[in-house]
Design a protein around this ligand. Structure first.
Ligand SMILES: Cc1cc2nc3c(=O)[nH]c(=O)nc-3n(C[C@H](O)[C@H](O)[C@H](O)COP(=O)(O)OP(=O)(O)OC[C@H]3O[C@@H](n4cnc5c(N)ncnc54)[C@H](O)[C@@H]3O)c2cc1C
Length: 330
């Protein structure tokens, strides 16, 4: 096989961006394709009026992983914020600081929205946005085509169920059928009522309550809501999200507000802004391993959190591993 000079990457989430940065740093010519208009995938931010929300990943932790080192040493840290309040537990009626072992983990976010991270990571990369890839072609000279462009290798860094379809349509025999993802409905809610809690987020009892994670965005970091007002992101449990996924936004919001106001008080029953964000593939419930789907000589390398776990720093790690697998062949 020839050397690897040009690599096409499908997916500009953290895994795809990690692969791209590593390959570019090693002198390779890289093009990243993403179906959306902005990079970042499940690291996304939304502004509604004067409120700013992170409906996908709400924070980045821990910071001793490779991603943390990149953030601190290689990227602009101007609006990077350390979240100084812990995570509390809720039981549907009360909040409690007890029983949350992860509450001591140091978490980070960007004040203008977590989407700032993929925006910084993708700076200088050759991105083809709004470009959905459904298949690739393999040629007898060991090259590959994506969108009519020729590459020596490909990295597929999209959620595993979509990757499985892409592989199948491209005639690649690898299957990722053991990787199952759950869905998540994430509600962005802005209120005129003030809230200054001792926590920045509440976690529900192990996916058994519909309100699985309630992030007080305005307590997480400054600038997320006008003074004296509150921005919340309510992430619903896997079971609730699956059952309600196709319902109208108004119905989902109405139901969720009952749970939110039960926990936080009557001032949280009527939002001034609201939006439902749907993640069909939110977190892997079961995963494959990087080695089980990629061989040391793979030129079509699979990455993404479905090979480790649904965490930003682990998605990033799969991307750097994919890049090194290709660099080791050159
Ligand atoms: C609601 C929610 C809350 C979360 N909370 C946290 C948290 O607090 N902390 C944490 O660490 N992690 C959290 N996560 C998990 C974290 O966001 C993911 O593990 C990580 O972002 C996955 O990165 P990825 O690159 O593997 O995939 P993605 O981010 O999904 O990126 C894949 C990219 O591929 C693109 N794409 C898909 N199909 C195609 C196609 N056919 N052609 C071209 N492009 C395509 C997508 O547009 C996307 O940009 C959360 C996730 C969700 C959904």
């Amino acid at each position: 096989m020839g050397s690897i000079g040009r690599v096409g990457i499908v997916g500009a989430g953290l895994a795809g961006l990690a692969a791209a940065r590593t390959l570019v740093a090693a002198g390779r010519d890289v093009v990243v394709f993403d179906r959306e208009a902005v990079p970042g995938g499940r690291l996304t931010s939304l502004s509604l009026g004067e409120f700013t929300f992170d409906p996908g990943a709400t924070s980045i932790a821990p910071f001793d992983a490779a991603l943390g080192r990149v953030i601190q040493n290689e990227l602009d840290t101007t609006d990077l914020v350390v979240i100084d309040k812990p995570v509390y537990l809720h039981d549907g009626f009360r909040t409690s600081p007890r029983g949350v072992t992860a509450s001591s983990v140091k978490r980070f976010v960007y004040s203008h929205g977590i989407r700032r991270l993929p925006s910084l990571l993708s700076s200088g990369l050759d991105l083809r946005l709004g470009c959905r890839i459904d298949s690739f072609e393999s040629h007898s000279d060991d090259s590959y085509s994506l969108e009519g462009e020729s590459f020596d290798a490909i990295v597929i860094a999209i959620p595993s169920p979509i990757a499985m379809d892409l592989l199948f349509k491209s005639g690649d025999p690898r299957r990722l059928s053991n990787v199952k993802f759950r869905t998540c409905l994430s509600l962005c809610l802005g209120f005129e009522t003030p809230l200054e809690p001792p926590y920045h987020a509440l976690v529900g009892p192990d996916q058994t309550h519909p309100l699985s994670w309630l992030s007080v965005e305005s307590a997480k970091c400054p600038g997320r809501a006008p003074d004296g007002q509150t921005a919340l992101v309510a992430q619903m449990s896997a079971e609730y999200s699956l059952r309600r996924f196709d319902l109208d936004d108004d119905l989902i919001i109405e139901e969720t507000l009952i749970d939110v106001s039960r926990l936080l008080g009557k001032g949280f029953s009527v939002p001034v802004v609201s939006k439902v964000v749907r993640f069909q593939y939110s977190h892997p419930e079961t995963t494959a391993t990087f080695e089980s789907v990629n061989s040391p000589l793979s030129r079509v390398v699979i990455a993404g959190d479905g090979l480790m776990a649904g965490r930003t720093e682990l998605a990033y790690e799969t991307g750097t591993r994919a890049a090194h697998l290709l660099l080791d062949q050159s």
